[in-house]
Design a protein around this ligand. Sequence first.
Ligand code: TMP
Ligand code: ASP
Length: 291
Amino acid sequence: MADRPAPCYTAPVAAPVRRRRACRPVRGRLLAVKGTAMARRRQLYEGKAKILFEGPEPGTLVQYFKDDATAFNAQKKGVITGKGVLNNRISEYLMMRLAEIGIPTHFVRRLNMREQLIREVEIIPLEVVVRNIAAGSLSSRLGIPEGTRLPRSIIEYCYKNDALGDPLVSEEHVTCFGWANTQDLDDIVALTLRINDFLTGLFLGVGITLVDFKLEFGRLWENDEMRIVLADEISPDNCRLWDSKTNEKMDKDRFRRDLGKVEEAYQEVAKRLGILPEAGTRDMKGPETMQ
Ligand code: TMP
Ligand code: ASP
């Protein structure tokens, strides 16, 4: 991987071994998606906001974006109409822009309004949270007022485990329990900091402050080679995005905190990025720079 930082140790790494997949295949399903033919495909996994289907070729998956929204470990449930369409498009756009600066991602191409083709990766069971400004659980945990700019960006890890409520963990936990090794973490940190720098600038250019966000990474195996790639999605579901002039929230906190105008906020993010399809999916302008 060209942009991988030099490893901080030289011990030989054991040849990567394919591990058994974490998700259990379930029965095939007939799925009707507006604008596409009915197709029988095997559903591999259903999460809170997305469904994964077997892809057309080995090593690929289809990622379907739902309108379902959950918060507080699924204790709060709802639907944000049109969210799946917008998140599919926003995540595609951001992953493509990141790929342009050399960030490897799982994204291959968008298939339709709600689906994208992705590479099948072995998900590392960590939620990697980057924070630029205090908000959410950092503010409640440490008593730092929401909106306080942090002296430097910080990275936190949560163990992806719904039954445990995705607990905050340290690097020591991550390596001790084998969720990732130190070289994986070196790669994850280097990628995460570059992603944060790039996205902070990209959002600022369209009048949005990137307060914090959550990333997921996966291992992509190519023959005997493994590399860490960005996976999952980047969207207002897993970012805190504030209007840079008014600090108005333009993300899932509007749903979490019952602030109203949830759909409008997601649409506004897509609009500012210049990717809100106004007359069908072919109408995609570039970003609009805000003064
Ligand atoms: P937090 O302040 O609630 O810990 O959230 C930090 C960031 O992570 C915020 O941008 C929202 C995102 N996030 C997710 O994507 N999924 C989650 O389950 C949680 C709790 C947060
Ligand atoms: N992942 C959270 C849930 O489990 C949602 C969130 O707060 O973003 O419901």
